[in-house]
Design a protein around this ligand. Structure first.
Ligand SMILES: [Zn+2]
Length: 112
């Protein structure tokens, strides 16, 4: 016996518990807009499990507030992004991000 791997991202429709079919859509979950499916018959919403997990990780990190040390590389100061953050946002080496000063004590990092 071999286990078959399924790719949930290819599912355009999933069966709903009402017997109808739920089509792919954007659904509201807490304060977030996430991927999911909405039943065409009873309007029940299903949340994409990856997005649900991502939100849980995001909220946990938001509460814990990750602290990092500023280092130097040559003439520049470097801030290391911990693995929890890079995994959550899917950041890769070589990518660029935008830095925007938000206040005198806060710098925003925007993903391209
Ligand atoms: Zn339904």
């Amino acid at each position: 016996m071999s286990a078959k791997q399924v790719d949930i991202n290819k599912w355009t429709e999933i069966p709903c518990e009402c017997g109808g079919m739920a089509g792919r859509s954007t659904v509201k979950y807490k304060d977030y807009e996430v991927r999911g499916w909405v039943c065409k018959k009873c309007k029940k919403e299903y949340i994409h499990p990856e997005d649900s997990l991502k939100i849980s990780r995001f909220e946990a990190l938001k509460k814990s507030r990750v602290r990092v040390k500023i280092r130097t590389v040559g003439q520049s100061l470097v801030i290391t992004l911990p693995k929890e953050i890079t995994e959550l946002y899917g950041l890769q080496k070589g990518e660029t991000v935008g830095l925007s000063p938000e206040s005198m004590t806060r710098i925003g990092i925007e993903l391209d």
